[in-house]
Structure formats: C-alpha cells, structure tokens
Write a protein of this length. Structure first.
Length: 321
C-alpha cells in the first residue's frame, strides 16, 4: 500500500510540473510553479504533523491514512478539467484538439525563436546540470525521508513525549508555510538559479544546527528554530527544484528528465526504509554529518552549470537545450 501510494505521488508530480511549465505564460510560470509545489508540500507536512499531534495518541498511527482518502477522490473528480499540453498536441499533429484548446484558453501560436547567445554554453553544461540536479534531489530525499522522517523518534529519545514531538514539528511547519510565498517571489522576480542555491544553503544551515550539542538543543525554542530551518529549506528546495528542472529541458525530454529528478527525490525514502529494516536508524546529528557534503556539492554544481530561467519563454530555453 505504501509502495503504491508513493509511486502514484512520485509519478504525478513530474507530470504536474511539466504540464504547468508548458501551459503557463512566462510572466506567471515561475511563481505559479513554486507556489503550487511549495504550498502543497508544506501544507501536507503541516496537515500530517498536525494530525499526528491530535489523533495519533488516541487512535494510533493507522488513523492517519484516512486523511488522504478524500483528497484522492477530489483529484479524480477534478481530472476532467485538466487540459492537455498544447506542445504535445502540436507535436502529434492533433490540430482539431489544439484549435479547441486555443479557443478555450486564448493560446496564440508564435514562430520558432532563434538560438540565444548562451545556447552553446547551455548545451556544453547540459549533462553537468542534470548531474547537479540529480545530486540535489538525492540529497533532499535523504534529508526529508531520513533526517526529518526519524525526527519524532529522535526527539522522543531526547526526552520529549510523542505528543510534544509532533507538536514541535507542527510548529516548525507552521513557521515554514509563509516562506513559500517568499520563495515564489524570489524565484519569479529575482533569480531562479540563485533562489535554488539559496534553498540549498538554507537546508545546509539547518543541518549545521542539527550538529549542535544535545544539551544546547534541549532548549525548545532553539530546537524549533533548527527544525524550522530544515523544514523551510527542504520544502523550499523541492518547491524550486522541480519547476527549475521542468524549465531546463526541451519538450522531447522534459517529462523524462523531470521524472528522473523527481524519482531521485524519492530514492532516499526507499534507502531509509531498507536501512530501518536492517536496524540502521540514524540520529539527527549523525544524519546531518552524512548529508552536509553532498548538499554542499549540489550547491557548487548548480552554481557552476545552472542557468537563469526567470522571465524566459520555454521556446527560448528549449533553443539552448
């Protein structure tokens, strides 16, 4: 059951980001992609931790599965209003469907754009960019599904009750929720590349905070601040990473490339579960030590091979791919 739910969610995300990237105009594409991804992730994390805080002590952890059931039904009911990608229709020669979609959504066809000045540089660093984004996604997966997943157990080992531990995580997620608006603003108005690097650095700051001595982290305000840094950094990172990936690949490979990066962001969940079966459950500090190096490497690689996508049409970006 967990495997099926993970596969469905992991398969849905790259499709959502790819479709939004292709149907949104450049001036709205960036902030919509980040806002959709960020609010969904932080909101889901807040809902899960809040539900655990309220219901798990009384009804057990199995009761938490029920909160996802209405959402699944809602997705099925709304599927009829999801449009097809106009670029897909154009590539397949489905002119009637494309004309109908253009009429409904006011789509205007434009002539192909010439390759921009940075086309050669972008093509030369394309493979390196893919490696950078995959490493970033893998690092994120181990932070999210490793460090944060086992955080309640680690907090209980530090002397906090299960209810208080869930409350601390819920408080941190509540602090993180408004920052998604900031990430969306920076991504669309300042710099997509620098915003992505900034979220990586923010996650690194949370990992560094997790290395503080246990007596220091026993103070609840500081502990909430460290966890909030991790929640803000990781949720901001994945909210920016997948839109950035969708904007950096040509139509013929966009779905596969975004799927590869989204799949890499789930790898940590599988690895952590296998480790748990083997009895390898890391502490917060131990996980932080192991993750600082790959997370730092991802920031360096993005800074070296990433390109700016803010305000650029997909046609222009595809010409450099």
């Amino acid at each position: 059951m967990c495997f099926l739910m993970g596969c469905s969610a992991g398969g849905m995300l790259p499709v959502v980001y790819t479709l939004l990237a292709e149907i949104m105009p450049p001036r709205h594409r960036s902030w919509v992609l980040v806002l959709v991804g960020g609010t969904g992730l932080v909101g889901g994390y807040l809902a899960a931790s809040g539900a655990a805080h309220l219901f798990e002590p009384l009804f057990g952890w199995r009761s938490l599965w029920l909160q996802g059931f209405p959402t699944g039904l809602l997705l099925l009911a709304m599927a009829r209003w999801i449009p097809e990608s106009p670029r897909f229709l154009l590539e397949r020669g489905m002119d009637a469907e494309l004309a109908d979609m253009a009429r409904k959504f006011g789509i205007v066809r434009r002539a192909p754009q010439a390759a921009p000045a940075d086309a050669g540089s972008a093509a030369a660093h394309h493979r390196e960019l893919t490696i950078a984004l995959v490493i970033t996604a893998l690092s994120w997966s181990f932070v999210n599904f490793g460090l944060l997943l086992w955080l309640p157990s680690d907090l209980q080992d530090r002397g906090f009750s299960a209810e208080i531990a869930s409350g601390i995580i819920a408080s941190s997620a509540l602090v993180a929720l408004p920052t998604i608006m900031i990430a969306a603003f920076l991504y669309s108005r300042w710099s997509s590349k620098r915003t992505l690097i900034g979220t990586v650095l923010l996650t690194l700051a949370g990992l560094a905070g997790a290395l503080l001595p246990a007596p220091t982290l026993a103070w609840p305000p500081l502990l909430i601040a460290v966890i909030a840094l991790l929640v803000v950094g990781t949720n901001g990172l994945i909210a920016v990473l997948l839109p950035y990936a969708a904007e950096n690949y040509a139509l013929r490979v966009r779905g596969r490339a975004t799927g590869l990066i989204a799949g890499s962001s789930k790898f940590g969940g599988v690895a952590v579960q296998l480790g748990a079966f083997a009895g390898l459950i890391p502490t917060m500090g131990g996980a932080a030590i192991a993750l600082i190096i790959p997370m730092t490497l991802s920031a360096v690689l993005i800074g070296r091979s990433g390109r700016e996508t803010r305000g650029r049409s997909l046609r222009e970006l595809e010409a450099t791919a």
